[in-house]
Write a new protein. Structure first.
Length: 447
């Protein structure tokens, strides 16, 4: 290779010690063999990596926390993976309520660090998810109070396809800023730093974990889908329904308020069936600990196939029948249906105000299978995709951070009416489509 630019940072070529560990992803289904991994220590290493890749005509994939749910989106055969995970500074400005964070951080690290100092970083259901979560939105039990993680973005730093460092906020490169609030990772360049607005944390908040036997799932779900989207905005609820074989129904979440009020607000759902209830007021640092159960990346054994969508209306009986068929036919410790209530701060932002379009649903729905042996992949992928077809009449869109290669028109599914504007932004910042993956935003064709 003839290159004027040298790779800098921690560089691991195929065949070097550490290559196999560098290839690991949360989902072990990844089967790509990049030529080289660059673990950038600072923005300049990202600049050099992009220039080197362009000079040598090598495909690029940015990577952060390795949680891509289509395991190959942040890996590419024969290419360069620009991994930002060592760029992990966290600088809190208590006076202005902002945090400047390296994009290599995992959400759990930020949430714990800020909680200790009295501030909130919203998060979802896994501490080890990286900041690849942010450009796609970032959903979780806080969102009805704080908005999506991306709604809290104030400023970003990104290295573009020419190796140029770009800063964007509401008034500078405002189109890129807009696109980063929901347009998804891997599309425009390599993000290196975000500045976020961080709200003050309460001294205490109430967490809850309620479980029911599996055979009560229909009555629980029917109540949940009407109750959860309408309940007080400070209550976030994640409902999981496992497989018939070995699974149960569980609802995890928080209420940013006192226990007595939480108990009252939860009564419509806790009075269904025969639940086991844990509802507890905890100091805020323990709230974060309670909700973020450990989720290792390098040793996670299960292969998975996910799909997702949004419901604008409660599921009618035929949709619940589809759920039942799925749950009766799948196995696997981590498989099932997952729901999150929408509304509140998420829905107060207009669909076109940021790239995240799906603002008006009642709830988010996700379903997945999980398995151990590669020989079981085809069967498991097929059942997720068939279930998508059957649920299609009852859902809209799909969440870009939970990608599914089976979706035919991913641009419209992920971005709705914002897709065309996103293509214009893509054309401006990456006209040669240097940053691409199987479902990335295509630039508009040149005239
Ligand atoms: C166990 C688990 C739980 C999850 N829970 C939630 C949840 O509660 N809420 C939620 O919203 N999502 C959740 N997700 C989905 C998660 O948001 C996405 O998988 C997200 O893309 C992961 O980001 P990452 O940095 O960890 O992954 P990576 O695999 O490193 O990257 C994912 C994508 O982002 C791109 N990317 C990463 N870093 C950069 C960068 N610096 N610049 C440009 N592009 C970049 C990659 O190219 C790739 O396309 C979960 C995923 C898993 C596996």
């Amino acid at each position: 290779m003839t290159s004027t630019t040298q790779l800098t940072g921690r560089v691991i070529f195929q065949g070097d010690p550490g290559y196999n560990v560098a290839r690991k992803n949360w989902d072990p289904r990844t089967d790509r063999f990049p030529k080289v991994f660059v673990f950038a220590q600072r923005t300049k290493d990202v600049v050099n990596a992009i220039k080197w890749a362009r000079e040598n005509h090598v495909p690029i994939r940015p990577r952060g926390g390795r949680h891509s749910l289509e395991g190959n989106f942040s890996q590419v055969n024969g290419g360069i993976v620009i991994d930002v995970s060592d760029i992990n500074h966290i600088r809190l400005d208590k006076v202005n309520g902002t945090a400047t964070i390296g994009t290599g951080n995992r959400v759990g690290r930020i949430a714990h660090t800020l909680a200790r100092q009295g501030f909130i970083m919203p998060f979802g259901d896994s501490p080890s998810v990286g900041l690849g979560i942010l450009p796609g939105g970032g959903i979780g039990p806080y969102q009805r109070t704080t908005g999506l993680i991306s709604d809290n973005l104030l400023e970003l730093e990104m290295v573009d396809a020419n190796g140029k460092v770009i800063r964007a906020n509401k008034s500078r490169n405002a189109d890129l800023f807009w696109a980063t609030q929901g347009g998804g990772g891997g599309n425009f360049g390599v993000y290196t730093q975000y500045k976020l607005k961080v709200p003050p944390a309460p001294a205490n908040a109430t967490v809850f974990s309620i479980t029911w036997p599996w055979d009560q799932f229909e009555e629980v779900f029917k109540t949940w889908q009407v109750w959860a989207p309408a309940v007080n905005d400070k209550l976030g609820s994640e409902l999981s329904i496992g497989p018939k074989k070995g699974g149960n129904v569980s609802m995890l979440g928080l209420f940013l308020g006192p226990k007595a009020e939480a108990v009252r607000l939860l009564t419509p759902i806790t009075s269904v069936g025969t639940p086991t209830k844990f509802i507890q007021l905890l100091p805020y640092t323990q709230v974060v600990r309670f909700l973020l159960q450990p989720d290792p990346v390098l040793t996670h054994p299960f292969r998975s196939q996910f799909s997702s969508g949004f419901a604008r209306r409660p599921f009618p009986e035929p949709a619940i029948k589809v759920m039942r068929q799925f749950l009766e036919n799948i196995e696997g410790k981590e498989a099932g249906f997952f729901f999150l209530n929408w509304g509140g701060a998420v829905s107060r932002v207009a669909p076109r105000a940021t790239a995240f379009f799906w603002r008006d649903p009642q709830f988010y729905v996700e379903w997945n299978t999980s398995w151990l042996k590669p020989s079981e992949s085809a069967k498991n992928i097929a059942i997720v995709r068939n279930t998508r077809q059957k649920l299609q009449p009852y859902i809209v869109g799909s969440y870009v951070n939970v990608p599914d290669l089976g979706i035919k028109n991913p641009g419209l599914a992920y971005y709705g009416a914002n897709f065309f504007r996103l293509r214009r932004v893509k054309t401006k910042y990456d006209p040669d489509n240097v940053f691409r993956n199987p479902q990335s935003i295509p630039p508009l064709r040149r005239p």
